[in-house]
Design a protein around this ligand. Structure first.
Ligand SMILES: NC(=O)c1ccc[n+]([C@@H]2O[C@H](COP(=O)([O-])OP(=O)(O)OC[C@H]3O[C@@H](n4cnc5c(N)ncnc54)[C@H](OP(=O)(O)O)[C@@H]3O)[C@@H](O)[C@H]2O)c1
Length: 267
């Protein structure tokens, strides 16, 4: 069996290091390179403490691509993510995007380039199975309940707002319909910011406070009743590993941009 060659941008980070262990323990893939500025020149074995994981760490995507990965996983930050994705596509790799905070404009450009070079990009705002299920349930609810809002919670130092999970959910719900506002935003009394940001037809409120782990409420309201779909993440990065491994296995079968893990799952 040919093993898929994988490069992880951000393999020394919280999410990337858990995934690096997952790739290392998978028979059908091989970690050939990692990207991190501060640990460049070392091997992952030394940095994340996994015996035998001798993948070299490079400071730039250009150097890492010389190892000819089949798939690059982007797990760094939104400032550099698009650069990594575009370089990888132009270098002939398929790409899995785990990083949150890329805009819809970024994704429009990525989609165009992926088509142009005949490669797949699978962008997943949250690889956890419980989030994939929340997204599916929310899509079902939005078909019947036209009023909803999203609240996205995270630790105080998470810079990107709204979270990748909230952005992806808003994007999905926009394909069902736009959430209705009984009072249009230009007719409210008070600061419009109090109603959150309108993102692809959904009001999204981002709470950033110490003491919070990443979590999300999708609230659907009807007269006299409401449905609250809530996802809570724990503090470990383990829930994201299996979904990311599935994305690495499947992205090579895709061409163009695909968003959400459910695009490669059966329901
Ligand atoms: N999709 C999902 O399910 C999921 C799950 C968890 C996290 N995330 C997202 O994944 C991203 C990473 O999260 P994290 O918590 O793992 O972050 P983190 O712990 O801060 O790790 C970031 C990693 O990226 C590297 N990096 C940062 N800037 C870089 C640059 N300019 N060039 C090269 N490497 C760079 C860092 O290494 P150096 O600093 O040494 O360069 C480090 O290895 C975030 O956007 C987060 O929201 C998504």
């Amino acid at each position: 069996m040919k093993r898929s060659k994988v490069c992880i941008a951000g393999a020394t980070g919280w999410a990337g290091s858990a995934l690096a262990r997952g790739v290392f323990n998978s028979d059908d893939m091989e970690l050939v390179a990692a990207i991190s500025r501060s640990q460049a020149g070392k091997t992952l074995e030394r940095v994340i403490g996994v015996d035998g994981l001798d993948a070299p760490i490079f400071a730039t995507v250009e150097e890492a691509l010389k190892t000819s990965p089949d798939v690059l996983v982007e797990y760094t930050n939104p400032d550099v993510a698009k650069h990594h994705v575009v370089a990888a596509l132009r270098g002939g790799a398929h790409v899995v995007v785990g990083t949150s905070g890329l805009s819809n404009e970024d994704y429009d450009e990525i989609a165009r380039i992926a088509q142009e070079v005949n490669r797949g990009v699978l962008a997943v705002g949250n690889f956890a199975l419980t989030v994939v299920l929340l997204q599916k349930f929310a899509e079902m609810a939005a078909r019947y309940i036209p009023h909803w809002e999203i609240i996205d919670y995270a630790h105080a130092d998470k810079k990107d707002v709204p979270s990748g999970t909230a952005r992806e959910l808003a994007n999905r719900l926009s394909r069902v319909q736009e959430s209705k506002l009984e009072v249009p935003l230009d007719q409210i009394d008070g600061p419009v910011e109090a109603r959150g940001a309108r993102l692809q037809g959904t009001q999204v409120h981002s709470v950033r406070l110490p003491g919070y782990n990443i979590s999300l409420d999708a609230i659907f309201g009807m007269p006299g009743q409401k449905l609250i779909l809530r996802h809570e993440a724990g503090s470990s990065a383990e829930p994201y590993v299996d979904g990311a491994l599935l994305a690495i296995r499947e992205v090579g079968k895709l061409v163009g941009l695909h968003r959400g893990l459910d695009s490669v799952m059966e329901f």
